[in-house]
Design a protein around this ligand. Structure first.
Ligand code: UT7
Length: 313
């Protein structure tokens, strides 16, 4: 009989060795460690090497996730990879990863939903598994987002960092992913975007901030309501890590105590599609996530895009 659920069975992550602290960035633009910490919660971010691509980072994170699941690459029948910084325009980063893993029998493709990419990827993986079309899906978020930064623009260069996170979802007769919702609204396309020639991130930070808090706050409340759950039933909130003020404001909107938030923005900065899987792996490695814990994921990104997930660990 076909299993009814998809379950997250392992995680892995990778962060480049090179670190830029706020003090390093003070040397590049007119900013200060104090301003960055007060307005964003960020103290440092990892920066990929010149020859290190989003595929290389995805490979490292995925290899750890496979090892933790005691699976071989050949056991994976689908790779869904979220990125906004593909190594090439085509073929996709997912097939480049597939090739590095020497897994040539899966279906591999990329998803671009900016900072919400991992939740979009998770949603697809969950639905393929529940539909009986896939058994083991490797879900990856990877970004070399610093390659899109103008290191002379203090509005953006203080915010972002590189890295990759991976998770394996498998067909299971116990939950699993309980709930997933994703959405987008292209009318906000110009508030957070990448300009061409030169290719730099441009953001109306203040507008993005307000809409992010409102959207994620409503989304978290709707997620609880649609699942007939009270906030007390949530063990952990693992949100997209863009700004600690946004995260705390969202938690406040649903009366979730701050002790239940996994916060990695201080050390990672905003790693876009990689931020949620990096944060899940961080919490997993610290043994914070216990069997049967109920975890809420919340994300918001360029588009705008948004997504919310409830999962039983
Ligand atoms: O991942 C997807 C979603 N992305 C986000 O969620 C990011 C959302 N936005 C934010 O996190 C915040 O809006 C920022 C952290 C980007 C900015 O914080 P803010 O509190 O919204 O500041 P602001 O843009 O209103 O700027 C306040 C002041 C301005 O100076 P004046 O006009 O008040 O004199 C800015 O010029 O801070 C100045 N400023 C800076 N000062 C020092 C802006 N960036 C910097 C900086 N260092 N790096």
């Amino acid at each position: 009989m076909q299993n009814k659920f998809s379950k997250l069975i392992s995680t892995g992550s990778y962060l480049p060795d090179k670190i830029y602290t706020n003090h390093d960035i003070e040397k590049l633009v007119d900013t200060s460690h104090e301003w960055i910490v007060e307005r964003t919660g960020i103290e440092q971010r990892h920066i990929a090497g010149e020859n290190e691509s989003s595929v290389d980072m995805a490979f490292q994170a995925s290899s750890i996730a496979l090892k933790n699941a005691t699976l071989n690459a050949s056991d994976i029948d689908m790779i869904v990879l979220a990125t906004t910084t593909p190594e090439r325009k085509f073929p996709s980063t997912a097939v480049l990863l597939q090739n590095m893993l020497q897994n040539n029998n899966s279906c591999a493709f990329d998803v671009n939903a900016a900072c919400t990419g991992f939740i979009f990827a998770l949603d697809i993986a969950d639905k393929y598994i529940k539909g009986g079309f896939a058994k083991n899906v490797l879900v990856v978020g990877t970004e070399k987002i610093t390659s899109l930064l103008d290191w002379k623009d203090r509005n953006t260069c203080v915010l972002f960092g590189d890295g990759a996170g991976a998770a394996i979802l498998t067909s299971s007769n116990e939950p699993g992913i309980i709930y997933n919702t994703i959405g987008s609204d292209g009318s906000y396309k110009d508030l957070l975007t990448v300009n061409t020639d030169p290719e730099f991130i441009e953001m109306k930070g203040n507008d993005v901030f307000k809409i992010a808090v409102n959207t994620m706050g409503k989304l978290a409340a709707k997620t609880l309501e649609e699942n007939n759950m009270s906030v007390e039933q949530i063990d952990w909130l693992i949100p997209h890590q863009a700004n600690s003020r946004i995260i705390k404001a969202v938690a406040k909107k649903i009366n979730l105590p701050e002790e239940k938030i996994i916060m990695t923005v201080k050390n990672h900065g905003n790693t876009s599609a990689a931020s949620i899987p990096l944060a899940i792996d961080y919490a997993n490695n610290k043994n914070l996530l216990k069997k049967d814990n109920i975890i809420m994921l919340e994300a918001f990104g360029a588009g705008f895009t948004w997504g919310s997930t409830l999962l039983r660990f």
